[in-house]
Design a protein around this ligand. Structure first.
Ligand SMILES: CC(C)(COP(=O)(O)OP(=O)(O)OC[C@H]1O[C@@H](n2cnc3c(N)ncnc32)[C@H](O)[C@@H]1OP(=O)(O)O)[C@@H](O)C(=O)NCCC(=O)NCCS
Length: 197
């Protein structure tokens, strides 16, 4: 949806996706084979991406962000979203998560997306679904202190074939401990990327 939720972290910010981001989105979602393997395929066509974004702007309960560096020229470095928000159960999915190869933004991006979920959207729970072969992302979630939840058999129909999905749940009760862990990692990385003068 056409939201205006912005979050500022130590080295990165989340700002709402705009129509002008279409080419960046297509590039990020289609260029790197390692990432493409674990995402639903999108056409390599910025005009189709603009049409998809136009429909997204009208969809309630769907928040899509560009992750940018705070310092320098604010280069876009990733994409992330919260969607399928259930207003009665106060829960949603977080995902559509892609970072540029070599990015150090993962802990801060996760921190910001959980802040959006619990502090801005006041959710009680968010969960992620990760392809079962995507071991780096699975271990990232577990390094944050999240427990591995149920496995949904053949949940994803990806170009690389059907894939089981693994669920990781973060509740508002577990969020403070996760926040502490992620904030510590994000601050350490921020000091490397943009050391205080
Ligand atoms: C499912 C997951 C793996 C990726 O999700 P995703 O493919 O980005 O997005 P969704 O699950 O919302 O996709 C649902 C639909 O929306 C479409 N969609 C999502 N974002 C889109 C976009 N920017 N443009 C066009 N279509 C899009 C997908 O193509 C899919 O369509 P389909 O059902 O017709 O195939 C997500 O759970 C995730 O981010 N996991 C953890 C991080 C990760 O592994 N990232 C990948 C590699 S680093």
């Amino acid at each position: 949806m056409d939201h205006d939720l912005r979050l500022e972290g130590y080295a990165f910010t989340l700002r709402p996706v705009q129509l002008e981001d279409a080419a960046f989105i297509v590039d990020l979602r289609t260029s790197d084979p390692q990432r493409v393997r674990y995402l639903h395929a999108v056409p390599r066509d910025a005009e189709l991406q603009r049409q998809w974004l136009a429909r997204y702007f009208e969809r309630a309960g769907d928040y899509y962000w560009v992750l940018e560096r705070r310092h320098g020229h604010g280069e876009p470095e990733g994409l992330v979203g919260i969607y399928d928000l259930d207003p009665d159960r106060r829960c949603a999915v977080w995902g559509r998560w892609v970072l540029r190869p070599g990015s150090l933004a993962a802990p801060e991006c996760a921190l910001l997306i959980y802040r959006a979920a619990f502090e801005l959207l006041q959710l009680d729970m968010v969960y992620s679904l990760t392809a079962a072969d995507n071991v780096r992302v699975l271990s990232f979630h577990e390094s944050c202190g999240l427990q591995r939840g149920e496995t949904l058999p053949n949940y994803f129909d990806l170009d690389s074939g059907p894939q089981h999905a693994v669920k990781h749940i973060c509740t508002k009760e577990s969020w403070p401990a996760i926040r502490e862990r992620l904030a510590e990692q994000a601050q350490r990385i921020a000091a490397r990327i943009a050391p205080p003068k």
